[in-house]
Design a protein around this ligand. Structure first.
Ligand code: PLP
Length: 448
């Protein structure tokens, strides 16, 4: 066991000059682990000699692993605008700059500047939402899942909530409407069948213990064929007649009409507001194109009740979120839609995408066989299920590389592509203009 004697002494090892500039504490911690494991290996006779340079390399590599940021920028070349795994909506730089000024200085988050006394955290977005949607009042919480939970808990604890069987949604990340309801204390009253629910089903379900009639956006599926559902307009009327609350969990919730004729099937928040609903909720970072949040709008007396629920304190949003949402909503109000990246990507002209694809093709054309193609993509993120929109992609082929391998190699450089018909596609609907040169250099690095 002569080797055991030549194991480096920790103090001496960590004072090597090659560790200068690194955190001494962290280097020492890692070095102890590395040397301990070396000792074990020696005891099991798996080691024949000790190379200190290799130990140093191992320690530094572990160090870099720990300190390098885990959350990283990626290039989304999948074409899916609201990509649930890639951060959903992009926040506009302008909105974030405003939020930065608010967050890095003191501000009037809960201070009434006119009266010089305590103010209301949620007041900042109310006037904007009133002007934009005509709602009486509004509140913002952590995300739309919390909005659903808070509404159920406030109005339907131990009371019945009527929902169509066709709308008992499960979305990614295990949000299931029936389970959220159960957790909140609400009693789910299912009506209709998977494919058909009629207005009379809602009417027949109402009894003295009914709190609300709820509609849920079918975020990620469609029911086709012999199918019908009840329009929210009719649910609002029925709820009013029976003196119960109507509530639409819109999921994504887009403020204004969508392009590609999508709005015929998917009415906007502004359209739904014409029905004078009791309560609506929607996400801040799906098609609204802002930051993660859940926005609740509706009747003043109901929002007042929500504000009194202790749970709100647990679900509340911070100043950064409020500042970003206020700026996004202001952009809608002022019709400055350029400031909303999600909408820009949705509305950009096909010809512009084509020009960009051709630009990249010219930049990398000599190292790969690539072709600009017309194809289709989904908006994603539980927005417009199964609805395809047109897009432009660059299809990549490299000699001796299978599609899977190309996809993998690009992914190592944080470039996320998609495979369609066994070809790797870079979809320009989600590639930002300033990313084209970045993609060029990634491809040259990998395949040259
Ligand atoms: C996405 C979605 C939610 C959850 O919203 P988050 O903002 O992700 O919390 C709730 N209900 C529906 C119908 C949805 O589509």
């Amino acid at each position: 066991m002569i080797l055991l004697k030549s194991i480096p002494k920790i103090d001496k090892f960590v004072s090597k000059s090659c560790f200068d500039g690194y955190s001494k504490n962290l280097i020492t911690k890692i070095s102890k682990e590395v040397i301990d494991s070396l000792r074990n290996e020696i005891l099991q006779s798996n080691v024949t000699n000790i190379n200190e340079d290799d130990l140093v390399k191992e320690v530094i590599s572990k160090y870099e692993d720990i300190v390098s940021p885990s959350l990283q920028k990626v290039i989304n070349a999948t074409g899916i605008i609201v990509h649930t795994n890639l951060g959903r909506s992009l926040i506009s730089k302008q909105s974030l700059e405003k939020a930065m000024e608010i967050a890095t200085s003191y501000n009037n988050l809960e201070y009434d500047l006119q009266k010089g006394q305590r103010g209301e955290r949620y007041s900042h977005i109310v006037k904007t939402l009133q002007a934009l949607t005509g709602c009486e009042d509004a509140i913002v919480v952590n995300n739309n899942a919390s909005a659903v939970f808070l509404i159920m808990n406030t109005f339907a604890k131990n009371k019945e909530v009527v929902v169509s069987r066709g709308e008992l949604v499960e979305i990614g990340g295990s949000f299931r409407v029936p389970e959220v309801m159960a957790q909140s204390g609400a009693v789910l009253k299912e009506i209709g069948t998977t494919n058909k629910t009629h207005l009379r089903d809602y009417e027949n379900a109402i009894n003295e213990n009914t709190s609300m009639l709820m509609k849920v956006h079918k975020s990620n599926y469609t029911i086709e064929g012999f199918a019908s559902e009840v329009e929210f307009e009719d649910i609002v009327k029925t709820a009013f007649e029976h003196d119960v609350i109507d509530y639409y969990d819109m999921g994504s919730g887009h403020m204004i009409d969508l392009p590609f004729n999508l709005s015929s099937a998917e009415p906007s928040i502004l359209k739904i507001m014409e029905y004078n609903p009791s309560l609506l909720s929607f996400s801040g970072d799906k098609l609204l194109g802002s930051v993660q949040a859940g926005i609740i709008i509706g009747k003043k007396e109901l929002i007042e009740k929500i504000k009194k629920n202790q749970l709100l304190r647990m679900l509340r949003v911070d100043k950064i979120t409020l500042a970003i949402i206020e700026d996004t909503l202001n952009s809608y109000l002022k019709n400055d839609l350029e400031n909303i990246p999600t909408l820009n990507m949705l509305h950009i002209k096909i010809e512009v995408l084509e020009q960009r694809a051709n630009r990249l093709k010219t930049l990398i054309g000599d190292i790969c066989k690539c072709e600009v193609i017309n194809t289709q993509t989904l908006i994603g993120g539980g927005t417009t299920p199964n609805k395809k929109i047109p897009t432009i992609a660059l299809s990549l082929q490299f000699k001796d590389y299978k599609a899977n391998k190309i996809e993998q190699e690009l992914r190592k450089h944080n470039l996320i592509s998609r495979i369609e018909n066994e070809k790797v596609l870079l979809d320009f609907r989600t590639i930002q203009e300033d990313e084209i040169e970045q993609i060029e250099s990634i491809i040259k690095k990998v395949f040259n």
